[in-house]
Ligand binder design. Structure first.
Ligand code: XMP
Length: 509
């Protein structure tokens, strides 16, 4: 495995992605990680990430210098290189101005990290400080017109430094450089595959659970579904999944999940029909945050009640992913952690005194999809667009009622049929409809109508933190509008949402 020390770079997850794309397992850890813990991880190599700090700031992040005495190769990227130079007795020069963007890299020594790479290539720079005097045993291996010391190495100790960012796509040979570090320098093997992951994860789950019993809240989304199948593979009947039908799901969704997991995968599934309770408590509620709180609370109640009836349940499994974990503990924070707690149903483990199992906590979303495929999940579930916990309730502005839910489901079904028919489903982050608490005048046949308005929202995004409204073809918009107005009684107007996030959010409530 490769250990990545997180000095706070916006690119540190990309470094991890690049390493894993080479089928080498890696883990990101904060700089204050204990040296003993590092030793216990037995890394084949250590990568020090970039970061926004300057080595000259008192508060700049530091990792135990003992890493340079372990006899393990170290690759410092940007701040990580400056840290290496400084820590080993060299000198870093404070910059007057930042260098940002493409630079032409001239390689002087193509033997180490630059093996097999053309002498002149492009790289992506984003730094202020740079290396000045080098520590003993180091030499310069590449430079750019603005940065004389763009790459360094101490080949005897196997320490390498890159001032630029090999992990971003703007450094076209970056992947190859990472490969050289992993295979030529660290001698890693390509052992990180989903098959090997399944083998190791199931063994670990088995030894953790022993003869105990695991419960898992199944939502029908990708993460909880994959977690369910992985656990099922590991402990079989010692897993019980709980699916709460809150009545706020899409057309046919509850039945689909039930059929797939119960009939097809033969997973123990408790199917709780709580539709009445949710609807009743949402009666008369207009405020979006109140809606969310009510839904969250009922979910916890229902889930707890159900879980108590499951004999001997000692573990709670969740489909938490790696980015959630890194973001919530990152030394440099970021607003994401706050937004997530708002979105997720928390509080279960603490209240229920169950031990937590998070078998996907080292995986990225696309790895979870690969894993799902390996475990036999159907494509349409693997590629499902995200669907919010509070479901259609946050897509019905104003009061949620059975009739408004039924209306929105019909609209939503048509929308998705058309998006899929135009082959856009996967390239859109989300596409959905919102029912507005407004009526407008229309004409149908010779009759005046006074009916509901629905809005269509379709966005592209990488991670839901920012999103752009999708430029859907007019011909598709026309067809969606036409079908909805013709086929769904009670709608006489369709509008398209052309706002990006920020300043708007993806969901309307
Ligand atoms: P916003 O509306 O904040 O949404 O731009 C960002 C992403 O999060 C999803 N979302 C939720 N997911 N529980 C969830 O599991 C929630 O309460 C929730 N609210 C929003 C939203 O669909 C989008 O993908």
């Amino acid at each position: 495995m490769i250990l990545i020390i997180d000095f706070g770079s916006q690119y540190n997850q990309l470094i991890a992605r690049r390493v894993r794309e080479h089928h080498v397992y890696c883990q990101i850890e904060p700089p204050d990680i204990d040296i003993e813990k590092i030793k216990s991880l037995h890394p084949e190599g250590i990568i020090l990430s970039g970061g926004p700090a300057s080595i000259y700031e008192n508060s700049s992040p530091k990792v135990d210098k003992g890493i340079f005495d372990l006899g393990i190769p170290v690759l410092g990227i940007c701040y990580g290189m400056q840290y290496t130079v400084d820590a080993l007795g060299g000198e870093v020069i404070g910059a007057e101005k930042r260098e940002y963007g493409f630079a032409e890299l001239s390689i002087k020594d193509p033997s180490g990290i630059f093996y097999g790479i053309e002498k002149e290539t492009r790289c992506w720079m984003s730094h202020g400080d740079s290396a000045g005097r080098l520590p003993k045993g180091f030499k310069v291996t590449a430079s750019t017109p603005n940065t004389a010391i763009a790459a360094v190495e101490n080949s005897e100790k196997r320490f390498y430094g890159l001032q630029f960012h090999p992990e971003v796509i703007h450094t076209p040979q970056g992947k190859k450089m990472m490969g050289n570090f992993l295979f030529r320098i660290c001698k890693c093997r390509k052992s990180w595959t989903m098959k090997s992951f399944i083998r190791e994860a199931t063994e670990e789950i088995r030894s953790q659970v022993g003869n105990g019993h695991v419960i898992l809240g199944l939502s029908g989304g990708v993460d909880s579904s994959v977690a369910a199948l992985l656990l099922h593979r590991a402990v079989g009947n010692h897993l019980t999944c709980v699916f709460v039908d809150n009545g706020l799901l899409r057309q046919g969704e509850a039945k689909r999940v039930r059929d797939l997991f119960r009939r097809y995968f033969k997973v123990n599934l408790r199917f709780v029909d709580a539709r009445r309770q949710f609807l009743q408590e949402l009666k008369g509620v207009l405020d979006p945050e109140r809606k969310r709180r009510i839904i969250g609370r009922i979910f916890v109640d229902v889930f707890e009640r159900e879980a108590r009836n499951i004999e001997g349940a000692g573990f709670l499994a969740q489909g938490t992913l790696y980015p959630d974990i890194i973001e919530s503990r990152s030394a440099f924070g970021g607003p994401s952690a706050v937004i997530k707690t708002h979105h997720n149903v928390g509080g279960l483990p603490r209240k229920m005194k169950l031990k937590l199992i998070e078998p996907l906590k080292h995986l990225f979303k696309d790895e979870v999809r690969l894993l799902g495929k390996e475990l036999g999940l159907p494509d349409d579930l693997i590629w499902r667009q995200p669907f919010p916990g509070p479901g259609l309730a946050v897509r019905i502005i104003g009061e949620v009622s059975a009739s408004r839910l039924a209306l929105l489901r019909k609209v939503d079904t048509i929308l998705l049929e058309e998006i899929k028919a135009h082959n856009l489903y996967r390239s859109l982050w989300q596409s959905f409809a919102i029912l507005l608490p407004l009526k407008s005048v229309g004409i149908m046949g010779d009759q005046r109508t006074y009916e509901n308005i629905v809005a269509i929202r379709a966005v592209t995004s990488e991670d839901a933190m920012t999103a752009d409204w999708a430029k859907l073809p007019h011909i598709l918009l026309a067809r969606i509008s036409n079908r909805i107005i013709n086929e769904v009684r009670g709608v006489n107007r369709v509008v398209y949402d052309i706002s990006s996030k920020p300043p708007s959010t993806i969901e309307w409530e």
